[in-house]
Write a protein that binds this ligand. Sequence first.
Ligand code: SF4
Length: 379
Amino acid sequence: MIAKLIAPALRPIFDRVVAGQRITDADAMQLYGSNDLNILGAIANVLRERKNGNVATYIHNQYINYANHCILSCQFCAFGAKKREAHAFEMTIGEIVAKARAGLKLGITEIHMVGGLHPSLKGEWYLELVSRLRALDENFFVKAFTAVEIRHLAFRIFKKTIRETLEMLREAGLCAITGGGAEIFDQEIRDQICRGKETADEWWDVHRTWHEMGMRSTATMLYGHIETTAQRVGHLRRLRTWQDETGGFTGFIPFAFEAAGARPGVLQNIRHVTAFEELKNLAIARIYLDNFDHITAYWVSLGLPLAQQALNYGVDDLHGTIMEEKIFHMAGATTPQQQSCAALEKAIREAGREPMQRDTWYRRIAPTWHKPAPELAVA
Ligand code: SF4
């Protein structure tokens, strides 16, 4: 039925996907060149349902940004700050643990924690932070740090190798690392939007090492700024190749660039990508990344109504309750700060999918949020 609706130019791609074959970079370029969004969604849906059936997951998590002091000044970043700047902040370990404890009483299963590249916090501070969070509950996942934070900890703070640093953090209780900082992997783009940050290979070195330790992580893409379509496809190609090597990525999460918070320079006055482009990008990611089990819609960036639509354009996961998002909101996002589990389940049901709660590693779990949550609102 769907096959009959597909334009002849896209038919070979559809046939390859149905046959379980991998699409090429040229195919991906052709898909980006198509404006037949519903057909792209239908092709993506073949893989989405093959991998995840009709289920769509969400995670009951809480974001905490421990500090935003940062020695770098990425062009797109409104979050990072020098100590003297008015928006600089730094939490104490006690404050972070108190927030996590309050979240746990609401049923969260994960703390998701990133910060800037802090110039002066000591290694012991990070180890104590992770171990005190992990000690709150043995089933609690501490997911923290981007690849560039791990490199900062390894080379500037601990003065150890990546492997030694990751082992110390795992020993302290780190359960997963985040996929942030991938941006667009092409070095020409990185030199313009995040000079001084790690290269693509350095980003991968952190994730590969973590995967080789038997651990899992996510992967991201920050798109919709100065990158070309070919550079987007190149980003996906690297991820697919690396996933072939280790199989350690759980999910892929693309974010559209928010121009309002960009620093003066090449990223000024860039129009936010349209909803059409966001759905197209998610669908193509689903089709291209045939070795990723999950494609996540980041509702903070998309808005919940569009994230809900994305469940029929290749997406099988809505990320998450979050509770207090800073990075996108400081960059100008106007979406809410948090979602309730009930709102995420409702959105999933309305899209015709079956909601299920998941843990950090995308394993389906029984709901943890039907607990009385009396006076324990998160500050
Ligand atoms: S994106 Fe990360 S590394 Fe870059 S300035 Fe912001 S906080 Fe610092």
